[in-house]
Design a protein around this ligand. Structure first.
Ligand SMILES: Nc1ncnc2c1ncn2[C@@H]1O[C@H](COP(=O)(O)OP(=O)(O)O)[C@@H](O)[C@H]1O
Ligand SMILES: Cc1ncc(COP(=O)(O)O)c(N)n1
Length: 270
């Protein structure tokens, strides 16, 4: 069985963060492990409090996982403090896992800021260069590229700029656009669009977490980055289409969906 590790924050309402990641990994046929960077007291209407892990405790979690059940892929989500980002970067350089997907989580769907300004700087300096793929949404891509994004052309320009700066593949997610849900992959000096129909569901709490975990799970199973993104997008669309409606705000997605029909082939080395 392939193994995927999530390094992220806990979401008490179960829709994003560690909880979304583990549900996604389970549904995508891999064994999921979790290293928790922070506890959040949040629900569909907002984030009420954040309690960060200490750097020493984060280090202990990472060592415990890597020394025993070594993951085939790693997904990184919310990390709000520089010292924690530094620990993760140091440990990833030491254990060098094969597939690293980084979701540069900055602001929750509900509007709460999930990273300090100083930590954004450390993320750029220490962690993004270690990732194989980063998955910014449009506001995050604007921060990383230092430009405003108002069109598909801008998405391409920003993704190229991020790729040229950090040397990792970039999936610029288009969920924050008004019309379609098209995502742009920039990789090896070329690009590819992943087209998606916008599903009329405002319950999008955890879409970014789910997409990045599903990509990591599929990379762990041996699929290429392009195949993993397509499979992750198909999974996300199915989970959104189930039209779960929980909570007073932007609610979570349904993960216990019937996958029959969306995954037509399996990777050779599964
Ligand atoms: N209403 C929607 N219908 C279909 N796909 C969506 C919808 N909203 C977001 N997505 C998809 O969900 C993924 C996460 O995108 P996005 O919402 O931009 O990220 P984040 O959750 O990090 O803000 C992307 O693949 C995006 O295209
Ligand atoms: C612990 C944690 N991690 C990440 C997100 C972002 O998820 P989203 O942007 O989909 O609300 C979140 N709300 N909470």
């Amino acid at each position: 069985m392939k193994v995927t590790l999530t390094i992220a924050g806990s979401d008490s309402s179960g829709g994003a963060g560690i909880q979304a990641d583990l549900k996604t990994m389970c549904m995508n046929g891999v064994y999921g492990e979790s290293v928790i960077t922070a506890l959040t007291a949040q629900n569909t209407t907002g984030v009420r409090a954040v309690l960060d892990s200490t750097p020493a405790f984060l280090e202990a979690q990472l060592d415990a996982v890597f020394e025993d059940i070594y993951p085939d892929a790693v997904k990184i989500g919310m990390v709000s403090q520089s010292a924690l980002i530094h620990v993760i970067a140091t440990k990833l350089q030491y254990y060098h896992p094969k597939n690293i997907v980084l979701d540069p989580v900055m602001v929750a769907t509900s509007g709460a800021k999930l990273i300090s300004d100083e930590a954004i700087h450390t993320l750029k300096e220490e962690l993004i260069p270690l990732a194989n793929l980063i998955t910014p949404n449009i506001p995050e891509a604007e921060v990383l590229s230092h430009m405003k994004i108002t069109s598909s052309k801008d998405m391409l320009k920003a993704a190229k700029k991020i790729y040229d700066t950090y040397g990792c593949a970039v999936l610029c997610k288009g969920g924050h656009q008004l019309n379609d849900a098209n995502d742009l992959l920039y990789i090896n000096n070329t690009y590819q669009w992943f087209y998606g129909k916008r599903i009329p569901n405002n319950n999008t709490h955890g879409t970014g977490c789910t997409l990045s975990s599903a990509i990591a799970a599929n990379l762990a199973k041996g699929f290429t980055i392009q195949e993993s993104i397509q499979r992750a997008k198909d999974y996300l669309s199915l989970a959104l289409s189930a039209m779960l409606d929980l909570g007073a705000g932007s609610g979570p997605m349904m993960h216990n969906v019937n996958l029959k029909g969306i995954y037509s082939e399996e990777a050779d080395n599964e």
